[in-house]
Design a protein around this ligand. Sequence first.
Ligand code: GLV
Ligand code: MN
Ligand code: MN
Length: 418
Amino acid sequence: MTNLKVDPDRLWHDLMATAKIGGTPKGGICRLTLTDLDRQVRDWFKTRAEALGCTVTIDDMGAMFARRRGTRADIPPIAMGSHLDTQPTGGKFDGALGVLGALEALRTLVETGYETFAPIEVVNWTNEEGARFAPAMIASGVFAGVFTRAFAATRQDRAGVAFGDALEQIGYRGPEACGGHKLSAFFEIHIEQGPYLEAEHKDIGVVTGVQAMRWYEVTLRGEDRHAGTTPMPRRRDALVGASRIVAAVDAIARKHAPYAVGTVGILETKPGSPNVVPGEVFLTVDLRHPEMAVLDSMESAVAAAASAVGPELGLEIAIKNIWNQPPVSFDDDCIAAIRAAAAMSGYTIRDIVSGAGHDAAYIARVAPTAMIFVPCRDGISHNEAEYSSKEQCAAGAQVLLQAVLEYDRRLAERYARE
Ligand code: GLV
Ligand code: MN
Ligand code: MN
């Protein structure tokens, strides 16, 4: 390995510059996938990568690959990246650090003229968040063969706009078939989005895997009725049913403490008038746990709660499981490269399993993959107050750079032996 150093100020400058694209008054970012703001940040990324001499290719899911050649042009690149889309009240770091930290690592290679054995790529995956189009991690999911391209293209946002149409509209449907190019490995840095690194004063999280997660869409149907004239016993109030499901999801997750989590993040009530008993509710459920067996029991408990609520309140309740992400274990060689990289810089480390979903979780199915976490203040994320310091961000990018170089060195040795 070498003593190449990323530039903390340059990385911070890029984070703050792109945070203005969709910047919110409270200091966060609202840059939903495939909107015009997403187009603007993609244009920014493309321009910067091309200025570094990279070739930027785009696939038919809008995933962007900025490639710098290696001494061997005929082997798959070592890739690093994350996503530039955000939650509606997202912070400045979720996703952006993974792409811009990778760009800074690549810029350091360019600046010093360091030649890698494998080509190096910086990737921006489309719709990691799943905030506009469910499920999350659509482009990396297609890349890994989990979703078909047709499935992805037909996902609709809550206004009925299809993913494929939104992609066309911002001009980022590229010619390459998503998944059409192989990767020698994939590395992603990300803020932890949880409290452990900060609480234990560790610089770097060596991410050994990602917990399992499942998403559901629930529709409750009762009857629209006059709020002033319908006696309570005659009501079929879908929102009352929904409130019981919300409470059940919370209770079920608490029952499986400490690792289980359960969230109802969207609740839409129809017809939405103060004096109409709500006849229809749509809600989403997000259940997560590191073990599939526990997730199975949580799922059964939610179904049982819905089955009890339906007859009691005279509601029809339909639960659709729309996303199943099993637990992921990252690659030992990639993890070893990250440990070596952190040791080289003298950073303190802690192994950690990610509670959040990441593109790396899907890419792990098709390429050796691992992730690097950096601490964030109060463990807060999916919030405009999300914050990691310049030094913390730079530490992540530094470990990323050295991990990629370590992996590249081992790859060169492997090819030399073959
Ligand atoms: C991704 O942001 C997730 O839902 O974990
Ligand atoms: Mn993210
Ligand atoms: Mn996120």
